[in-house]
Design a protein around this ligand. Structure first.
Ligand code: NAP
Ligand code: F7E
Length: 366
């Protein structure tokens, strides 16, 4: 194992606590739009994921009847859904099975369809490229077809949101990236997202569907899966500070990402479907940080200034092709949706470390 050497970048003190996170309730962007959504029906694929949970909470708070698609015959996240969002009606199905989506549509009869389901872990997509293409790529076609066929059969108009990704920019052709930046994906996941992105545009242009694509940059939260680098770091930092773990092993810590808070980003999804016209929008903070800076902030949150003794390098976490730098330009979303991110990077990291400290103390009985 190799040790990293720290490149010191300023870290900041924590300002947001876990209590702040659970108390986080969206100040509505555009109250007029909110009043008009009473008793709308929404259908969310990927309901068990980070964004699915935040979006369901947001829509419930706006008075929606929410349906969520859950896959598998005994999904271990059912208990989480029933505890956190008990008012959501769970429907079983899979993005690779069009008939299951059609059946779910006939029950949900949604006004709005949010397609968040995907195999979303980029590193995994090289080892499971075909499956990733089926779920993250072809799954979008199935979702669009389910909407098209449902509308043809019932006459009901359904607005569609596709969870596109900054990973589509890959080997970035401009800095910062906006809606006009050439796509150059660098992973099977990125390629599958490009397919879904253009298929969404194609259904909008071919069938006049109200189909919008949110090109979201990385967004994180205490609900982020532990395989992603932010959560991997904040959980390890919590465990190290509690004496439950000695070191943390990472890959390329020089990569730079534009990290925002998932709670802010699901608002942008909803806003896109409230517009008269469908469109594509970049959603980002406009600020980029390296993983080194993430380490600075996360370790500083538990009072450790020099993280180098705690961080190791392992080749297994390097990727066959890396996305070195992402930074988005969300000015179109600001201008047309009135959307802006509210949680800054230092607050986001503090929020996640605090949540992991609580969770790890509880698990360890401390
Ligand atoms: P996540 O936490 O990984 O959640 C992915 C969801 O997709 C889970 O609910 C998962 O269900 C579901 N899923 C996986 N395979 C499926 C299948 N075959 N059929 C139906 N559902 C399936 O992802 P997230 O962070 O919430 O992201 C939501 C969406 O935004 C994804 O499409 C992701 O690619 C995209 N996105 C995310 C980011 C980000 O930074 N978070 C940025 C840009 C775009 P299980 O729980 O059963 O596995
Ligand atoms: O990696 C580097 C890694 O896995 C971020 C998904 O939500 O955002 C996410 O994809 C960076 C990469 O996220 C480790 O090489 C170093 O450069 O947290 P990540 P991602 O690949 O950016 C996009 C927008 C999505 O759409 C995706 O669905 O961190 N890195 N060492 C590491 N990454 C991980 N996971 N683990 C490491 O040990």
């Amino acid at each position: 194992m190799l040790r990293f050497s720290a490149q010191r970048v300023s870290s900041s003190s924590s300002t947001v606590t876990v209590a702040d996170v659970s108390a986080w309730s969206p100040e509505p962007f555009g109250r007029e739009q909110e009043r008009n959504t009473t008793m709308k029906r929404a259908f969310i694929t990927g309901i068990t994921g980070q964004d699915g949970l935040y979006l369901a909470e947001l829509l419930l708070s706006k008075g929606y009847k929410v349906f969520g698609l859950m896959r598998g015959q005994n999904n271990p996240k059912r208990e989480l859904l029933e505890r956190v969002i008990p008012d959501v009606e769970i429907l079983t199905g899979d993005l690779t099975d069009l008939s299951s989506l059609m059946r779910a549509m006939s029950v949900a009869k949604p006004d709005e369809f949010y397609n968040l389901g995907a195999i979303s872990f980029v590193a995994y997509s090289w080892e499971n490229a075909h499956l990733t293409s089926e779920v993250t790529g072809m799954g979008v076609l199935n979702a669009l077809e389910a909407v098209r066929l449902h509308t043809a059969a019932t006459g009901q108009q359904v607005r569609f949101y596709q969870a596109s990704s900054s990973e589509m920019f890959g080997k970035v052709q401009t800095v910062p990236q906006n809606e006009d930046t050439l796509l150059w994906p660098r992973s099977p996941y990125g390629v599958a997202k490009v397919y879904g992105h253009y298929m969404t545009i194609n259904y909008r242009e071919s069938y006049g569907m109200h189909a919008s694509s949110g090109v979201l940059f990385n967004h994180e939260s205490p609900r982020r899966g532990p395989e992603f680098v932010t959560r991997k770091v904040t959980r390890a930092v919590a465990r190290i500070s509690l004496g439950l773990q000695d070191t943390l092993t990472l890959g390329n810590i020089d990569a730079q990402r534009d990290w925002g808070f998932a709670g802010d980003y699901v608002e942008a999804m909803w806003l896109m479907l409230q517009q008269d016209e469908p469109d594509d929008y970049v959603i980002s903070t406009g600020e980029t940080q390296s993983i080194r800076v993430l380490l600075d902030h996360a370790f500083a949150a538990v009072g450790i200034d020099d993280w180098t003794p705690y961080v190791d390098f392992d080749e297994q976490f390097m990727r066959p092709a890396e996305v070195d730098l992402l930074v988005g330009d969300a000015s179109k979303a600001k201008e047309k949706l009135g959307w802006e991110p509210r949680v800054k990077f230092p607050e986001l990291v503090s929020m996640m470390v605090e949540a992991d400290l609580r969770e790890q103390k509880e698990i360890a009985g401390l």
